[in-house]
Design a protein around this ligand. Structure first.
Ligand code: SF4
Length: 355
């Protein structure tokens, strides 16, 4: 069991972050915020996939009208992502967002931050200080010779200090970089210095495969050390994939209950007599959207399969002619191989109906 650092609890609308609250899964829409229909549709898909907080980019004043409509209709708290223009932060708060993400490296002078803080405070809107290695303040780059973990932490501490100076403490912090070791070192340092909730992420992590691996390594290390209150997996992919990977990371560390099926499949070896990859894909495709937290094992042979998949709720193993169906590692039926996928899927739907 992971001993989580007890951070301060803040609220984004109905969602609480920090303390003993579950580690929250966030993502960001990839639509143009001005396209209200497309953005709301993506938010709905994200919420259905388990995303608890959705961030949208607010890049100009024209986006603010759309933002207002999005906030009104969205099924999750909306966080406005603001760069460069503090007036957009003020506009986003009046549009009704439940959270604000500002980038200290480009939001402007202390006066501007003061105004944003006052407005956020009046409207009980938490602020995320989102430091990013790619847009760090120039003087810190010069002082540290680049976006080092220390530089990212100094930037975050400075801006948290400014928000506190103007009497506000509804803060969460992120210090993202695309380099795993910078992310890990930075968050560790930050976690020792502050008790505000931390939002974890590897920025510009990359494609589905590379990004998932980088995020899993960085977030896995930090989460296993009790650091982190919310996460986002950034991928050059659909945001739905980001949410799936985020839950896989949290599930693998037993930090969140699974929301859907988890397929356990063996790597195959010389004993395997069927096309396991094809079968796994078929089972996965037939169970899309079932929303049943069940471990399903799909194993390459009946010799070691059931034994290797003891932890699964239900599964199949077999070969060319005959296949075994097992529950909790025990064989319960022997069926012709060509029927086994359909029988397995039927069994899973039966369990769903019995729920
Ligand atoms: S379950 Fe069978 S086929 Fe799969 S890796 Fe184990 S021994 Fe090989």
């Amino acid at each position: 069991m992971i001993d989580r650092k007890k951070t301060k609890v803040i609220s984004l609308g109905d969602i609480k972050i920090g303390g003993n609250e579950p580690i929250r899964v966030q993502s960001m829409t990839k639509t143009d915020t001005k396209n209200v229909r497309a953005t709301l549709s993506q938010i709905r898909e994200l919420v259905d996939a388990g995303c608890e907080i959705v961030r949208v980019a607010v890049k100009d004043h024209d986006s603010l009208d759309s933002l207002k409509q999005i906030v009104r209709k969205a099924e999750s708290p909306i966080v406005a992502d603001i760069h460069f223009n503090y007036r957009l932060a003020l506009g986003a708060i009046s549009a009704g967002v439940k959270g604000l993400r500002i980038n200290p490296g480009n939001i402007g002078s202390e006066e501007k931050i003061k105004e944003v803080v006052a407005c956020a405070k009046d409207n009980c809107v938490p602020i995320r200080v989102g430091v990013n290695a790619g847009s760090l303040e120039k003087h810190l780059e010069t002082k540290y010779g680049g976006p080092t973990p220390q530089a990212l932490v100094e930037s975050a501490l400075h801006h948290v200090g400014l928000i506190e100076k103007y009497g506000y403490d509804q803060i969460k912090i992120s210090i993202k970089a695309s380099d795993v070791s910078t992310v890990v070192k930075g968050y560790r340092l930050l976690s020792h210095r502050l008790d505000y909730p931390l939002h974890l992420g590897v920025t510009e992590a990359g494609t589905m495969q590379a990004g998932s691996v980088k995020s899993s390594v960085a977030l896995g290390i930090l989460l296993s050390q009790g650091i982190g209150d919310t996460i986002r997996v950034s991928l050059t992919e659909s945001p739905l994939e980001e949410v799936k990977v985020a839950y896989m990371i949290l599930n693998s560390l037993k930090l969140r209950e699974p929301m859907d099926i988890e397929i356990i499949s063996c790597p195959t070896c010389g004993r395997c007599e069927w096309n396991l990859t094809e079968m796994v894909n078929e089972v996965e495709a037939k169970l899309v959207g079932i929303n049943l937290p069940l471990k399903i094992a799909i194993m390459g042979c009946g010799v070691n399969g059931p034994g290797e998949a003891k932890q699964a709720d239900i599964g199949i193993a077999g070969g060319k002619n005959k296949a075994l169906i097992f529950k909790k590692g025990k064989i319960i039926a022997k069926v012709p191989s060509e029927q086994v996928v359909d029988i397995l899927v039927d069994e899973v739907y039966k369990l769903k109906r019995e729920q």
